[in-house]
Design a protein around this ligand. Structure first.
Ligand code: ADP
Length: 479
């Protein structure tokens, strides 16, 4: 049975469900049909969120706690079903889909707790008899624009803090993954959100997203996606003096030193570079390896890649699902061709794979003999493609790791406390991993990067408060 899903605007499900959502593991499988809003519906949603803000922002913390806790509980109770649906529409494996769903439940639970932990400060004024209070208030209408690669976790880590701190929302998910977005909104709506507090506006980025950027009534925009769109968000936000937060690409280095535990390094490289089909902004796409371990490392990675099961995301045996769609597949294949033209050697994979169903299957690709000036080392590919850069020692590895326009995550595999400590201090990334994959983070601590990867306050954990609240300083003379 084909699902038909509408947008949620001012507490009503509206719009014709006409836009098809295809399963990338089997393009004959239509997940559902979804409403695709125009600019007028985006405007209605913004107006509804604006109207709902005064009451919601002044609601007691228990009202907000109740909705977030109920949402967490329902997501957790339905984790297998929601995780499966996520895997079906995005192409990540069942285990990854269920894992991501559990993550979303944990995030809602965390921010349910945060509603009860809001605090302020009170200090004496420099003027005798005057008290000064510093409190945090919601920002207003928050526009949430999300990508397709984490269809439920990224919306959760933006929606949960936005609601917890009293904001109202216009949520525009990526076109490729509307079912996960619809599901989370449906759960929140039924959990008791007042009308207008959360509006779902599915549709094209250039239409719905752009309408959000053009509106003077959106007070803050939290965006995750490409660098190009991120720059548009930034420019439009400045025009309206709208607060904004951007999470964009990565070209994350994983350094492997001679003294690394080889098994740990292989796990980190294969997981970091290829799991979730390499479609994570935290993926390790540059494997920077010192001379003494280089050949053993490359052989072992190839051996591991050869054993990976690539197939239908919904098959429990699958370890790597398909690429998300035809456009992304073409981008991956184009970069594989570019790497070859640039003189890198394709040591493994890179071919299209045939499976029992028509889908976007690609064999993980590993380049060796690459250098850091090549386009495959500098531009985000966002697929199961990584390249090994051979370096002579730790100092060169660190220099190469930092020589990038991005700065989201970085990693090092070493048994040297000295090098691990130096790397943590000197890596120009927002998140640094020692003997762990560059992808895979906790939900209760800050997430974000530097340079071209991120802009604005961090997401997640208590640090999320910085973006989703504004500080008020109030002075009282008691007489
Ligand atoms: P990706 O490569 O991850 O798809 P995009 O930046 O294209 O990255 O998309 C991320 C999100 O931004 C999606 O929800 C998309 O629809 C939205 N988007 C795309 N273009 C615009 C735009 N002009 N204004 C606002 N949002 C947009």
């Amino acid at each position: 049975m084909t699902l038909h899903r509408k947008n949620l605007i001012d507490g009503e499900w509206l719009g014709e469900a006409g836009s098809r959502n295809i399963n990338p593991s089997n393009t004959n499988d239509v997940v559902g049909e979804y409403a695709s809003a125009g600019p007028d519906e985006a405007k209605q949603a913004i107006a509804a969120a604006k109207a709902a803000f005064p009451a919601w922002s002044r609601s007691g913390p228990l009202a907000r706690h109740a909705v977030l806790k109920k949402t967490s509980d329902e997501i957790m109770a339905r984790k297998d079903e929601i995780g499966r649906s996520l895997a079906r529409e995005e192409g990540k494996t069942l285990a990854e889909g269920v894992g991501e769903t559990i993550r979303a439940a944990q995030i809602f639970d965390f921010f349910a707790g945060e509603t009860l932990r809001l605090s302020g400060e009170m200090v004496p004024s420099v003027r005798p008899g005057v008290g000064v209070e510093m409190t945090r208030e919601g920002v207003g209408v928050v526009g949430i624009i999300t990508p397709w690669n984490f269809p439920i976790a990224i919306p959760a880590w933006k929606i949960a803090p936005a609601l917890a701190y009293g904001n109202t929302i216009v949520f525009k998910p990526a076109e490729l993954v509307p079912e996960s977005a619809w599901t989370i909104v449906d759960i929140l709506h039924r959990a008791g959100l007042p009308k207008g507090v959360l509006n779902l506006v599915m549709g094209k980025g250039s239409v719905v997203g752009q309408a959000m950027l053009d509106s003077p009534d959106v007070n803050a925009i939290s965006f995750t996606g490409s660098v190009g769109t991120g720059k548009r968000v930034a420019a439009a936000s400045v025009e309206h003096m709208c607060k904004f937060q951007l999470e964009m690409g990565g070209k994350n280095p994983l350094v492997v030193l001679d003294d690394a535990d080889l098994a740990v390094a292989i796990d980190c490289a294969v997981n970091g570079a290829y799991f979730s089909t390499g479609q994570r902004c935290t993926a390790s796409s540059r494997l920077i390896v010192t001379d003494g371990i280089h050949d053993r490392f490359v052989d072992a990675v190839k051996e591991r890649l050869d054993k990976l099961v690539i197939g239908d995301a919904l098959d429990a045996k699958t370890q790597i699902g398909p690429v998300v769609d035809q456009t992304q597949l073409k981008q991956d294949e184009d970069y594989i061709a570019i790497g070859r033209q640039e003189g890198a050697e394709l040591a493994f994979g890179g071919d299209r794979l045939e499976r029992g169903t028509p889908g976007f299957y690609l064999q993980p690709a590993l380049f060796v003999g690459s250098n850091n000036a090549m386009r495959i080392s500098r531009e985000e590919i966002f697929g199961p493609v990584a390249n090994v850069i051979r370096v002579k020692d730790y100092d060169e590895a660190l220099a190469v790791a930092n020589d990038t326009p991005f700065g989201l995550t970085s990693g090092i595999c070493t048994t040297s406390l000295k090098h691990a400590t130096h790397f943590k201090r000197n890596s120009e990334a927002g998140m640094v991993m020692v003997n762990l994959p560059t992808a895979g983070v906790d939900f209760h601590v800050p997430f974000g990067g530097r340079k071209g990867s991120s802009y604005g306050p961090r997401e997640q954990g208590r640090y999320a408060m910085e973006f989703y609240t504004t500080v008020k300083t109030a002075y009282t003379f008691a007489g």
